[in-house]
Design a protein around this ligand. Structure first.
Ligand code: UDX
Ligand code: ADP
Length: 459
């Protein structure tokens, strides 16, 4: 079949995979290819067992793979053929050198830019999909323009707003799509090409077009605002525990104000995921580099509050369990950074596990999707960690359960059975407030929610 255009995506990860699958599904006249340097990942995408767990994604991939969606490691060939190239390589926080712990590590992204320059034989549109520091497009342009020979690259920013676990819905029915372009005739022409792709399934009024820098910065700001809501509600959860107020009641009461809105007000052990912390630190780094110290400090507090909340959770466990958990088994229910994903990047579970081990506890981890990643994350930790796919087994002989991830199935467990199998007095620390606390208390547990009064059988 003759395709109208060739789309290439560099980076077959959490962003590139689902986004390209959606484009291939909705635009059968386009040939969509995803390339990656990681041959094993590409092999998985081409197998019956795709490398990421995302509800609804495998079905879409099965429908379009081999028709107009292709996975390969032929990066140079892919670049040659492509009319539009999406760049969705990973840009983690730097762990070394200038800006370590804050700035983005752009080496993968820069390698991609050089590969594009080296292998292009005609004009192309380059679309930034990876989360990048603001004004990265400028650096991309500089690298691309270093190439002589009259080839024209037009760089667009099309930040990704999909959330893991709901990526398919977020792609098929997004609140909005954002496309940033230079406000020049060439920039606007490239912008129109990308708008036309999304307009296959997204109403035109939901496709927002802006200048390039606004689009790049909007992504950081959107994540910073969302994370700020969680840190705000978590800060108040600490106060609730002292003041006998209830964070769920407060979240409902304030969220009913349409100016505030009800979403993203669930108190928790803290936010995780590959984006929130990275994007805020990026924002902080940029502000600092422009000398905007107060602005940088303001946003950095969102991350500090998150660290505090994670620390506070483990401190609460130790305090409740008579100031010692040395030698006690604690079952962690969930390791993923949120439900419906196997992703553990920046999961609060990691810090919680580390802190529990520091207190010399034994940690039994259970999770329906994330055990593989958990084992990798905790490689090198001492032998006091065990992994159990069955939550009932994880809880056997444990002194306490700590709920880390809000998996729906945890709500429906037989807690009477679990209680019988545990050491007494048995504790539950519900880091997500998903369980029926009154019922657990009646069964015999000492229950410690987040931002609510603890229910204990002690005098
Ligand atoms: C986020 C943004 O939502 C998305 O738009 C962006 O493209 C990428 O970053 P994601 O990291 O997949 O998506 O998950 P999200 O649902 O935003 O949750 C982030 C973290 O916040 C999770 O650890 C979650 O458990 C936590 N959270 C979320 C809370 O603690 N309370 C809430 O009320 C909501
Ligand atoms: P994200 O959550 O941003 O999608 P992932 O880590 O899931 O991040 O995916 C990024 C992908 O980009 C990885 O599969 C990685 O192998 C790939 N990648 C990194 N650098 C390059 C490169 N230079 N060329 C092609 N693929 C790359």
């Amino acid at each position: 079949m003759e395709f109208k255009k060739n789309i290439l995506c560099i980076g077959a990860g959490y962003v590139g995979g689902p986004t390209m699958a959606a484009i291939a599904l909705k635009c059968p006249e386009l040939r969509v290819e995803i390339v990656d340097i990681n041959a094993e990942r590409i092999r998985q995408w081409n197998s019956g067992d795709i490398p990421i767990f995302e509800p609804g994604l495998a079905e879409i991939v099965n429908q379009v793979r081999g028709k107009n969606l292709f996975f390969s490691t032929e990066i140079a060939e892919g670049i040659k053929k492509a009319d539009i190239i999406f760049v969705s390589v990973n840009t983690p926080t730097k762990t070394f050198g200038e800006g370590a712990g804050m700035a983005s590590d752009l080496q993968h992204w820069e390698n991609t830019a050089h590969a594009i320059v080296a292998h292009s034989q005609g004009d192309k549109i380059i679309v930034e999909k990876s989360t990048l520091p603001v004004r990265t497009a400028e650096a991309m342009e500089r690298i691309l323009k270093a190439r002589r020979g009259g080839i024209r690259f037009e760089v667009l920013s099309n930040p990704e707003f999909l959330a893991e676990g709901s990526a398919v819905m977020d792609l098929l029915e997004p609140d909005r799509v954002l496309i940033g372009a230079h406000r020049t005739p060439e920039g606007l022409a490239a912008e129109k090409e990308l708008v036309d792709i999304y307009a296959h399934w997204i109403p035109r009024e939901k496709i927002i077009t802006t200048n390039l820098w606004s689009a790049e910065l909007s992504k950081l700001v959107a994540n910073a605002f969302l994370a700020q809501r969680i840190s705000s509600v978590n800060a108040i959860s600490a106060l609730c525990e002292k003041a006998d107020a209830d964070i769920s009641e407060i979240a409902y009461a304030i969220g009913s104000d349409s100016r505030i809105g009800s979403k993203f007000l669930n108190a928790s052990i803290g936010f995780g995921g590959s984006c929130f912390q990275k994007d805020i630190l990026n924002l902080v780094y940029i502000c600092k580099s422009y000398g905007l110290t107060e602005v940088a400090d303001y946003w950095e507090l969102v991350v500090k509050m998150n660290e505090y909340q994670k620390r506070r959770f483990v401190q609460g466990i130790v305090r409740a369990m008579f100031n010692t958990i040395a030698g006690k088994k604690i079952a962690l229910f969930g390791f993923a950074f949120k439900a419906n994903t196997g992703d553990t990047r920046e999961s609060p579970a990691f810090q919680v596990t580390r802190d529990l081990l520091e207190e010399h506890a034994y940690v039994a981890i259970t999770d329906p999707q994330a055990l593989g990643n958990a084992k990798q994350d905790l490689q090198g930790t001492n032998g006091r960690v065990s992994y159990e796919s069955d939550p009932y087994k994880a809880a056997e002989d444990a002194y306490a359960i700590a709920v880390i991830t809000e998996w729906e199935e945890y709500r429906h467990l037989d807690f009477e059975r679990i209680y019988r199998s545990m050491k007494k007095p048995a504790f539950i620390f519900d880091g997500r407030n998903i369980l029926d606390h009154g019922k657990l208390y009646e069964i015999g547990f000492n229950v410690y929610p987040i931002g609510k009064k603890a229910l204990t059988h002690f005098e």
